[in-house]
Design a binder for this molecule. Structure first.
Ligand code: CP3
Length: 356
């Protein structure tokens, strides 16, 4: 497994070490904006088949790496693999997103949940990680990921995407002990899942807390961040003789950066509402920073994309610990040539030259 890593810029930036160029990867970089993804997806028939077939997951993971000089690959999977193997009846419906046939609606439903064994029920994910590492052959590092307990619980309780989270928030305010029970259960599942991804070859891991920003400040601390902190404390942080960095991303979490930086994460992901220079000023060099460019800025002209990328680069500036990324996932209608422009702009940025 200890094949030489030819490009370790991403891992170095996560640990605030010096890099020759700012590393860049994109959330949802394997996805529908790529015609080769749509072709593989059509061949697979549906999205879950793509996730549960290691050869197909490997193929789509590598598609953006083959097309653009990105500095990291991210495992192709979904945060909902855990509730899927817990038997909640997951399907993905066109134009609707994920839907669970059997959402959690009572304390009894929660008490019945299993604790999946990553090398058994989730073996398809670990096999994908092993295959991707072999096929990457050290070109770039591989990022593994999972959903935060809060974000997983949102889907498991609401049964689908939601605007106001009536079911889960009602539980939060009426019976917090039962919700804590579920979140503690999921924290154990996610810790085992990420440790298994690391054992299988993931070189960094990211926790996606897409819905943490829907919470009040005290509820975020108690129902989302506390469980991410617990997970991070339980992770194996070294593999192949290198530290395995942990990234946490709470969409809408800009108010809580200081608390997030106390979680034990090496890197904090920012959405487009939090400026990099403001985050850097608030946090000092406590953590590395990733993200922020509005994914919809990729819909403009190529010069517009270049200008916006430069603005984001200059907001962080020349200091260490910056990983370029979007503020959320790239969307299906993104023009591909603008992605190439973005990656070239980031790699071509030279802060010394720019300031002359
Ligand atoms: O970043 C990557 O390239 C890795 C792949 C990845 C996917 N989902 C593939 C995917 C990752 C990291 C995820 C995480 C994920 N999944 C999150 C957290 C990140 C975020 O975007 O907020 C969430 C909330 C989910 C749940 C989920 N999966 C939703 C809400 C949807 C539907 C949204 C949509 O765009 O249709 C999915 C499906 C999904 N996951 C797709 C992809 C490429 C689209 C499926 C398709 O091919 O139709």
């Amino acid at each position: 497994m200890a094949s030489t890593l030819h490009n370790d810029r991403f891992l170095r930036a996560c640990l605030q070490q010096n890099v020759d160029q700012v590393p860049v990867w994109l959330m949802r970089q394997a996805g529908r904006y790529l015609p080769e993804y749509r072709a593989t997806r059509a061949r697979a028939g549906d999205f879950l088949t793509l996730c549960t077939t290691p050869e197909l997951a490997c193929e789509v993971t590598l598609q953006p790496i083959d097309r653009f000089p990105l500095d990291a690959a991210i495992l192709f999977s979904d945060i909902l693999t855990i509730p899927y193997v817990m038997g909640l009846g997951l399907s993905f419906q066109e134009g609707e997103g994920p839907v669970f046939a059997k959402p959690l609606r009572s304390a009894a439903d929660i008490a019945r949940l299993s604790q999946p064994d990553p090398e058994n029920e989730l073996r398809f994910v670990m096999d994908a990680v092993r295959l991707i590492r072999r096929e990457l052959d050290g070109r770039v590092p591989l990022i593994g990921f999972a959903g935060s307990p809060w974000t997983l619980a949102c889907y498991m309780i609401e049964g689908r995407g939601s605007r106001d989270f009536i079911h889960i928030k009602s539980l939060l305010y009426s019976d917090p002990a039962t919700l804590h029970h579920l979140l503690a259960h999921l924290a154990i599942s996610v810790t085992a899942y990420l440790n298994a991804q690391i054992a299988a070859g993931a070189q960094a891991v990211m926790l996606f807390d897409t819905w943490g920003g829907s919470l009040s400040t005290p509820a975020y601390a108690a129902f989302s961040l506390a469980y991410m902190t617990r997970i991070i404390a339980g992770l194996r942080r070294e593999a192949d003789g290198r530290r395995v960095p942990v990234i946490i991303f709470t969409k809408g979490g800009g108010n809580w950066l200081e608390a997030m930086a106390d979680s034990g994460a090496d890197v904090i992901g920012l959405d487009w509402s939090t400026e990099l220079h403001v985050a850097r000023q608030r946090l000092g060099q406590k953590v590395a920073l990733q993200g922020n460019m509005d994914p919809i800025a990729l819909y403009g002209s190529s010069e517009g994309v270049r200008q916006e990328a430069l603005r984001v680069l200059e907001s962080h500036g020349a200091g260490t610990g910056h990983i370029f990324n979007l503020g959320h996932g790239i969307t299906p209608q993104t023009p591909i040539e603008n992605v190439a422009t973005l990656v070239d702009t980031v790699h071509g940025w030279n802060p010394a030259r720019q300031s002359i």
